[in-house]
Design a protein around this ligand. Structure first.
Ligand code: TXA
Ligand code: MG
Length: 310
């Protein structure tokens, strides 16, 4: 793994991103572990490196408002917040626009997208040099604290990631405030340095749920995409009337194969697309071949189990 910095470092990190690799980069809040937001394979690498047992949706980092406006449907209130606080530590959750090219895996199959414009010149330059928005969670392994220096990232990931773009210590050191506009009442899902008071100064006194009520974790939300098809998991063969979703070289040719070579990263990259595809083809019953319960397979199986419960 290389630690790079300066103009040259931004170019090197952008080259990695354009080749579907992942890189750690600084923001004003904490370091992120980024991949190109439109690239399912790069996004699968992020989940693989984080070693998370579930797909947790990622924040999409943009460098300009036009891009944000293409990816999500702003409402007047969220627009006002973006105008006031961007670039800055405010992540806004909005419905994905119909023509959004953001990886379905980055949104963990949700119909919403979390989006923000970081207030850090290195991050903004990287997005521009890479030529598109960057999907990134904080650059720590699952269950560990967020990194605020390049050294924290290198201690955590070692050679499992190819490149860390060093921008010095993060200015704020606290993750962004996350506000969700996908429900009738805007909800602060995660407090951060932009406070409820800051937000109400812009929007006026609005009903704002500060998330004190217990909320289901994003991965468990009812809005999470589940296909209408009935899914039968760990199927060795298909029964009559079923469509087979295969995995690996043994899968029959007429199945929808998540990865003909049995590669879990490829299967993760195709997972949400495939679940949607079942509905597009009006499939009523699908049999899913076993996915090994290792590495990314744990998150894939978690998602499939939840998608199979009706
Ligand atoms: O400051 C930050 O926000 C940093 C920097 C790198 O931008 N990023 C960060 O990402 O903290 P992460 O993945 O560690 O936290 C993002 C949070 C997660 O709790 C995730 O569940 C939630 O935002 N989130 C992302 N997309 C969501 C969505 N569509 N709906 C609900 N929650 C979402
Ligand atoms: Mg995090």
């Amino acid at each position: 793994m290389q630690i790079v910095s300066g103009r040259k470092g931004i170019k090197q990190a952008a080259d990695h991103l354009r080749s579907s690799n992942i890189v750690a980069f600084p923001t004003e809040t904490v370091y992120g572990l980024g991949g190109m937001a439109y690239n399912d394979d790069a996004v699968a690498k992020i989940f693989e490196a984080k070693s998370r047992p579930k797909f947790n949706p990622l924040i999409i980092h943009v460098a300009d408002f036009q891009t944000a406006n293409r990816l999500v449907d702003f409402c007047p209130q969220s627009l006002k917040l973006a105008e006031t606080f961007w670039p800055g530590p405010l992540t806004i959750i909005l419905n994905r626009s119909n023509n959004s090219e953001v990886s379905l895996l980055a949104g963990a199959g949700l119909k919403t997208t979390a989006i923000r414009m970081p207030d850090n010149d290195i991050a903004l330059d990287l997005i521009c040099a890479a030529g598109g928005p960057i999907a990134a969670p904080s650059a720590n392994k699952s269950g560990r604290v967020s990194p605020t220096r390049a050294i924290h990232v290198s201690e955590e990931f070692g050679d499992t990631i190819p490149c860390i773009l060093d921008g010095g210590p993060c200015l704020l050191g606290l993750e962004s405030t996350v506000i969700d506009f996908s429900d009738a009442i805007p909800t602060i899902l995660r407090p951060g340095s932009i406070t409820k008071q800051d937000i109400e100064e812009v929007l006026g006194k609005i009903a704002l749920d500060t998330g004190k009520k217990p909320r289901v974790a994003p991965g468990m939300m009812a809005r999470h995409y589940a296909p209408s098809a009935k899914l039968r998991l760990n199927a060795k063969t298909k029964k009559r009337g079923e469509t087979l979703v295969g995995f690996g070289p043994e899968a029959p040719r007429d199945s929808i194969n998540l990865s003909p070579t049995g590669n879990l990263r490829e299967a993760a990259a195709k997972l949400f697309f495939t679940l949607r595809e079942l509905d597009k083809r009006n499939i009523i019953e699908a049999a899913i071949m076993p996915i090994p319960e290792t590495g990314l397979g744990v998150a894939i199986n978690d998602r499939l189990r939840r998608a199979s419960k009706k």
